[in-house]
Write a protein of this length. Structure first.
Length: 395
């Protein structure tokens, strides 16, 4: 099959030769054919040498590459991608794991499928597309999931309406591409959680914090813990599982606090060690007088674009300053940024500024990232979006 052809300017082929999966508009010399957003295109050097194949995209990133081998892109191509990702998760121990049945199957560029997220919640797969190209093949993706998983997948939910709203000029609705809603709790490291992928944030649960939640449990014995931006209480459940004497969950969303309470009760039905507060986290930190041993700060992304870096830097600094200045000697801070444009070096500088402002001595105990089912393509460092530090705070 003949695909529209993109010709690069001389000398602009280096990033693709190094397998970086983005082609920026400024590198393009000419376009043969009339590709529309979402169409498959092939990229060639100025000397007419094939470089890569990807989806045409309307923006500064003109093509998101999914193959560096010239070949026909058909259903079998996509099914092989799904199967390869499945086999990687099998190696990692996620397939048929009796203690963990929630994990990420496709992590965009990390699995060579830019613009696509697929999360598995026990017997349900949730698809979320971020590009027109992936959105247009969602039915094929669903078919491939069913073929790869067999009877272990009972439902596939497309949750792309929100992420695609600005790219497709027509009303979109989320819907089941296969099967129907299954009411069942999910399990992570032996703990159970109620997840609502239809109305929850992202695909329903912050799967990427699995390992970091587990780490928290090892620090929580006999501790008083504050879980800020708690959402559905993931860190709170792990804190109690680790033996915390008191856990407070804070989030501005009343619905999130209802989920948090439900998750606490499903794991610790008679506990009186947990309380929720539906408040703005900044306000809570400024007025709090509880002597917490551990504070978790896991805010939503403060910056999604390069233009927001300065504002986000101030936001992260102020947030961490408010926590650090209230922490007692020997307290531990788990602090995170999921803003892709805030890199690991900048995040550490932000924490440095907050610590200086708070007048605290701070030691780095752990440097945290996303788990193995959210792989980072070594040729695409931008895929390392989750940064975290565990800090020991001293006067």
């Amino acid at each position: 099959m003949q695909y529209p052809k993109i010709i690069l300017k001389p000398g602009k082929e280096r990033s693709l030769q190094n397998f970086h999966p983005w082609l920026f508009s400024g590198a393009i010399q000419d376009v043969k054919g009339k590709p529309e957003e979402g169409d498959i295109v092939e990229i060639f050097s100025s000397k007419n040498n094939y470089l890569a194949t990807g989806h045409c995209h309307d923006g500064s990133i003109s093509v998101r590459v999914f193959s560096f081998i010239q070949q026909e892109i058909n259903y079998n191509f996509w099914k092989n991608k799904i199967e390869s990702a499945y086999n990687r998760r099998k190696i990692l121990g996620f397939i048929n794991n009796p203690k963990t049945n929630v994990y990420r199957l496709i992590h965009a560029e990390g699995d060579d499928m830019p613009g696509l997220i697929i999360d598995i919640y026990n017997h349900t797969a949730v698809i979320q597309t971020h590009t027109v190209g992936m959105y247009e093949i969602r039915q094929d993706l669903a078919k491939a999931i069913v073929e790869v998983y067999g009877n272990s997948i009972k439902a596939i939910y497309d949750k792309s309406a929100e992420t695609m709203a600005k790219q497709i000029n027509e009303p979109l609705t989320n819907s089941y591409l296969f099967g129907e809603r299954i009411e069942e709790p999910i399990m992570e490291n032996g703990l159970t959680f109620k997840v609502d992928w239809e109305v929850g944030q992202k695909t329903g649960f912050f799967i990427d914090q699995r390992d970091n939640r587990d780490l928290l449990s090892h620090y929580s014995k006999d501790k008083k813990v504050l879980n800020a931006f708690a959402y559905s209480g993931g860190f709170s459940v792990y804190a109690l599982a680790g033996g915390a004497t008191m856990v407070h969950s804070v989030d501005s969303s009343v619905k999130a606090m209802e989920w948090a309470n439900a998750n606490i009760q499903s794991n610790f039905p008679k506990t009186e060690k947990h309380a929720t507060f539906s408040e703005d986290v900044f306000d809570y930190l400024k007025k709090m007088d509880t002597d917490y041993d551990i504070i978790i700060l896991d805010p939503p992304a403060f910056a999604k674009h390069l233009s927001s870096i300065d504002k986000a830097t101030i936001g992260y600094r102020n947030l961490n300053y408010e926590a650090l200045r209230k922490m007692k000697n020997g307290g531990i801070l788990f602090t995170f940024s999921c803003s892709q444009v805030i890199d690991r070096t900048l995040f550490r500088k932000i924490l440095f500024m907050a610590a200086v402002q708070a007048g605290k001595k701070v030691r780095v105990l752990h440097q945290l990232s996303q788990p193995a089912d959210h792989p980072i393509n070594i040729y695409h460092p931008e895929g390392e979006y989750l940064k975290g530090l565990v800090l020991l705070v001293e006067d």
